[in-house]
Design a protein around this ligand. Structure first.
Ligand SMILES: *Cc1c(COP(=O)(O)O)cnc(C)c1O
Length: 410
């Protein structure tokens, strides 16, 4: 490592001390919540055992849902390896909540890229094809546009579902804090108590010390190859919230006649429990990586989001580069520093579900797991790299050194 790079990282680390301390504090609180939930539900070896066929009385599956619900303050939860991804979890949830003639209102701008086709796609079984209305209200100055939301409610029948994206996704806005979610839930409920507030919770789990259901959100949805899988869960997703909402969604996860009573998994639930146990600590490492990378690139004059001095509200770090070339070399640096496939060089490609060409660094143990250190970006101006995850802080730091070396040599 050159002296310059060592110094940049050392400086970044020194100036991150306060934020790191707060990250440590929150991780302790979250670790306690997890252990308390494991104790409450008497988790033991019998819950790790795989099942076959219908999976009736699958205590591993059922208890995993109960433990998860306790952790996030929900009445019930579906936590399942049979949910294929975050997009699948969100799709099941939306189709479980919305019927023909209902309306969906997104109030944090466009939802995540892979949901566009789920909501408004043509010839693909989208919500639109089932006669479900959709309106999106853009953020205003990076905040929820309360005036626009209010005028929607004044001029339309109340939507069945209001949808929030907690994380920034591929955009330059900041993630929503739990305090902001609390405020918006209260506002929506004051306009229509029957409207379901659903939160895409991807990348937000364990970043703060409470989760959206604890401030009134009706349902949260996420992926197990992100934060709550702790890097150990091999696949899966979750849906957690009010018991009646989750029950309705369970009929979409499986079938209207069976709901959450059926579903086996033969390969052991151990990694799901163990991943959930490790998640607060892994999220801590990823958050520290996110802060460090932000500080270091900001010290070189690059714009970063969230701002280099703020406590992150999700695990994503955005860095704006000057050229596509700089961006691509950054992503390639992350890949080079990865434990898996470090010898390959990622290139931009047309990835299913995304609107622009995307370049991704994902040298991960679990394919595409973005709780592991990974970086990706659509290739379009402004040239923003989005980096997230990191199972260990040391890995984040080494990857940062690799990326800085490439950036400085440009
Ligand atoms: C990752 C993500 C999704 C989709 O999850 P996949 O597992 O990639 O399908 C949805 N919303 C947000 C905010 C995400 O970060």
């Amino acid at each position: 490592m050159s002296n310059t790079i060592t110094n940049i990282i050392k400086e970044a680390e020194i100036s991150s001390a306060e934020i790191f301390k707060e990250i440590d504090n929150r991780a302790e609180i979250n670790q306690k919540k997890v252990i308390d939930a494991f104790r409450e539900h008497q988790v033991s070896a019998r819950h790790f055992v795989g099942t076959t066929g219908y999976g009736y009385d699958d205590v591993g599956r059922d208890t995993l849902g109960k433990v998860f619900a306790s952790i996030v303050g929900a009445e019930s939860a579906l936590v399942s390896p049979n949910i294929l991804s975050g997009t699948h979890a969100l799709t099941i949830a939306l189709f479980g909540m919305l019927k023909t003639g209902d309306d969906l209102l997104c109030i944090t701008g466009a939802p995540y890229d892979t949901l566009q086709d789920v909501i408004t796609g043509d010839n693909n079984g989208s919500l639109k094809e089932y006669g479900i209305g959709y309106t999106m209200i853009d953020l205003k100055d990076n905040k929820i546009d309360y005036d626009a939301v209010k005028s929607y409610f004044v001029s339309h029948k109340a939507p069945k579902v209001v949808f929030l994206t907690r994380s920034r996704g591929y955009s330059w806005r900041e993630a929503l804090s739990i305090a902001e979610i609390a405020e918006v839930v209260k506002f929506i409920k004051s306009l229509s108590n029957d409207t379901i507030v659903a939160v895409d919770n991807c990348y937000g789990e364990f970043v703060e010390t409470i989760e959206p259901p604890q401030v009134g959100a009706d349902v949260i949805i996420g992926s197990l190859i992100k934060n709550p899988g702790g890097g150990i869960a091999p696949t899966g997703g979750y849906i957690a919230g009010k018991a009646d909402v989750v029950e309705h969604i369970s009929y979409r996860l499986t079938a209207p006649s069976i709901g959450a009573e059926v579903g086996s998994y033969n390969a052991s639930y151990l990694p799901f429990y163990q991943g959930l146990f490790l998640a607060p600590s892994v999220v801590k490492n990823a958050l520290k990586g996110c802060v460090l990378v932000g500080k270091a690139y900001n010290s070189l004059g690059y714009s970063v989001s969230p701002s280099a001095d703020s406590y992150p509200k999700d695990i994503i770090r955005a860095i704006e580069f000057n050229t596509a070339e700089e961006l691509i070399s950054f992503i390639q640096g992350v890949q080079y520093a990865s434990p898996v496939d470090s010898y390959v060089t990622p290139e931009p490609w047309a990835m299913p579900g995304y609107q622009n060409e995307v370049i991704m660094a994902a040298g991960t143990f679990m394919q595409g797991a973005s709780i592991e250190l990974s970086a990706d970006s659509p290739i379009k101006a402004p040239y923003i790299a989005y980096m997230q995850g990191g199972l260990t802080y040391e890995h984040c730091k080494l990857a940062l050194a690799e990326c800085l070396a490439r950036t400085i040599s440009k």
